[in-house]
Design a protein around this ligand. Structure first.
Ligand code: SAH
Length: 365
């Protein structure tokens, strides 16, 4: 700059930061420090207020801009009506194992579910990624209610903030296993993962995304080089059986799905976790287990067996312990890493596959 030139401070409304930012925000929940800083700057406020806003959203869990006491009074009044992007708890039910199911009401009055699952030194949140689900898997309650829309980034992050606030405890793990198919909503899911990691402060390795498998989406998800765990809902050891249980499998053969999973392992260096629901007499026989091991030999993977959680619309039964253990034994004999996931929250209808919005007690609404 020459000695004569007069420094011109950029007007906040036209500055570079402001132009680079995406001003479709607010909602502010889910936005990172840079986005928030750009937003406050665009509002004519000094940049350091971005850091304050970030702290109030993610550390203090503020629900309205007017409650941020470190902001100037006049500005607080001006922005009081701008939605920050938090939902309201519409209904809350607690199971005896401490699992809490929440029905959350979104800005457009849609209702979604999320679940808080406490364990020793852990608090896991199971988040939804869509309102309803279009996949219509035969054993899952969510799909029976149809599909409404994708959730936005802030609506996913909000679920975690809500559970954190309600438990008064930091959330340590998040599983994208609630309502919906995450890989049909990849952009917002990836945005939420980044925010949960960088803003809420949860390690990427403590985040698990579960998918039924959408052609080409596992590969494109891998390209983001995240350190999250990918869980794939396999549920059957062959195409014929898988098609029976999962309608979308008809257009995505199991061999293609497994090939894409192998690519995922190669691209990310992370193993894939396969979820396998156990349905008595349908897919839980030792020969099914053996067939499954043939697909997984030499594959950097882990099998998570989920004994079926009953839903009223389906006739399936949960296998007994002997059957479950016999299945486990076959996998172990073939050196396949395996665990059994006994879902928590059964009596609150909060277990895997039981999430639906229909059970809103009208007296509570
Ligand atoms: N759409 C994603 C994530 C949501 S479901 C997916 O399919 O992976 C999370 C897990 O719960 C999936 O493995 C799903 O197949 C399983 N699940 C669905 N219904 C179930 C039920 N009734 N009992 C046990 N697990 C179920």
């Amino acid at each position: 700059m020459s000695a004569k030139s007069v420094p011109v401070l950029p007007s906040p409304k036209t500055s570079n930061i402001a132009q680079q930012a995406n001003f479709s925000i607010p909602p502010l929940v889910g936005a990172g420090l840079e986005e928030l800083t750009a937003w406050v700057y665009n509002q004519g406020q000094p940049a350091y207020r971005g850091k304050q806003l970030h702290e109030w959203i993610y550390q203090k869990g503020v629900r309205s801009l007017s409650d941020i006491s470190v902001f100037p009074k006049q500005w607080r009044a001006e922005v009081a009506e701008i939605p920050i992007g938090r939902s309201n708890i519409h209904y809350r039910s607690v199971a005896s194992d401490g699992t809490v199911k929440y029905l959350l009401q979104l800005a457009d009055n849609q209702i979604i579910e999320c679940v808080g699952i406490p364990a020793e030194k852990r608090l896991t949140v199971c988040v939804s990624t869509q309102v309803g689900c279009p996949m219509a898997c035969d054993f899952c309650a969510t799909g029976k209610e149809g599909y409404k829309r994708n959730l936005a980034r802030h609506e996913i992050v909000d679920q975690v903030l809500t559970v954190q606030e309600d438990f008064q405890q930091r959330v340590s793990h998040v599983v994208f296993m609630g309502m919906g198919e995450p890989l049909l909503n990849t952009d917002h899911v990836i945005g939420a993962i980044k925010s949960l990691n960088q803003d809420v402060g949860i390690g990427q390795r403590n985040l698990t995304v579960s998918t039924v498998g959408i052609r080409d989406r596992i590969r494109s998800f891998a390209q983001h080089q995240l350190q999250v765990t990918l869980a794939v809902s396999l549920h059957a050891p062959n195409q014929a059986l898988r098609e029976q249980l999962i309608p979308s499998a008809r257009s995505y053969p199991i061999e293609d799905l497994l090939a894409e999973c192998r690519e995922y392992v190669k691209m990310t260096g992370r193993r894939v976790s396969f979820e396998y629901i156990l349905l008595a007499g349908v897919n839980d026989l030792p020969e099914h287990a053996l067939e499954l091991t043939r697909h997984l030999r030499g594959f950097q993977s882990h099998v998570n067996l989920i004994p079926y959680n009953p839903i009223t619309e389906a006739d399936y039964k949960r296998p007994n312990q002997n059957r479950i253990q016999a299945f486990v034994k076959v996998l172990k004999q073939q050196q396949i890493a395996v665990s059994v996931r006994y879902s928590r929250g059964l009596e609150a209808d909060a277990a895997c596959g039981q999430l639906r919005v229909k059970k809103v007690p009208s007296s509570e609404s």
